[in-house]
Design a protein around this ligand. Sequence first.
Ligand code: ARG
Length: 464
Amino acid sequence: SKDPLREGRLGDGRPPEVWSYLSSREADRFIGDADILVDIAHLLMLEKQNIIGREAAEKIMTVLLDLHENGLPDSVFNEKFEDVHAGIEALVIEKTGIDTGGRLHMGRSRNDEVATCARVRLKTGMAEIMAGINKVRDVLIEKAGQNTESYMPGFTHLQHAQPTTLAHYMMNYEQVFTRDFERFGDAYLRLDLCPLGAAAFASTGYPIDREYTAELLGFSGVLENSMDCVAGRDVFIEVISACSILMTTLSRMCEELILWSSSFVNFIELADEYCSTSSIMPQKKNPDCAEIMRGKAGSVLGALTASMTIVKGLPMSYNRDLQDLWPHLWRSVEDVKASLAIIAGMIDTATFNTERMNEEAGKGFSTATELADVMVREFGLPFRTAHGITGRAVRMKKIDIDTLEEAAVEMAGISLKKLGMTEEDVKRALGVAYSVNERSATGGPAPEAVMASIAGKTAALKED
Ligand code: ARG
């Protein structure tokens, strides 16, 4: 089919490099099917409002239904059309004649059309992402349930800090992903309004029914101001932003999986299917999926930066620059969707070396905080004094009652022994399980606290 847009104001003598430069055909592959739905809704509305005659409407509908059922031919994505909207219109005209097909585009523009298609398609993508997030939450909760007493070192500054459990660690990420779910859900509400009928930006003089097309397309309502309908991109940017935030978390998680897989740390063995080997070093098992995901986090963040930069200098209303935003949007959605599926599988199939974790849990004087706390709770010292005494013993590289006594006398003129503190007290306070179990306030790592959290989050996940 030839391009009906090139028969009026402009000649059709464009060199191919201009065709391909202008065309959004690649990104339009994401919205081609949505465009047929938008065409169908628009046509039904035109007919209901007596803007188009019954006979013409039926002929066009036959073509549209055929495209809906059998899929779009590749020809509509030909670069000689500026976009899929022009490609589909050309096909409709070719099949029904200009006298019929030439009536479909009444009361609309490609500007409101593309904004509508993007929202229709993105709603599906968002629903898939939200389901993907919940799958990850599910895996994390399951792993947590199996590991409430799997002790591991907790770090700050990547230094052994205080012991915790693998369950507490898993539930930390579960809590972040709950917020991601809410973020997408929140953006979804703003996305769920229909821009169709805004036309180029100034609405239309045809007696259209915007509420009707919005309802047919499954939107919860109409996006009101017609200029905003075609020019506003903040909601799309919001979604890319939610994608970037999610990918940032996934990237941190992958960073840890990579670190934990290293033979220095050896906390985890990822399943073979998520790893690659070396073409030269036969022994290698590399965490490539985690690395690709860490890389994609950078690309999605780049997509956010690109999108905001594309939009930030544009005057109202539509400018063609906006077309360049779509590839960033779709790439973000696809990367997030794929990454969620991978991370869920990767965690589900990983072997956690809980023995190794346990071995490290008490290293680096990681229970010194609890020891200081015992001096406070049981022997009445001010926390700062107990902190100093314990720190001084660590500096002396030994924690037993004699070293602590020496530190206490030297530093504060206090005798712990006179206060009744014994070697027994020291040993008890330094125990990994003891330290973790004492931390049973809401949200803490003690098994009872994590179990309560697991119960609450399991219920919340069911709701979502
Ligand atoms: N393909 C364009 C886009 O993706 C929509 C068409 C608007 N074209 C125009 N010349 N006003 O934004």
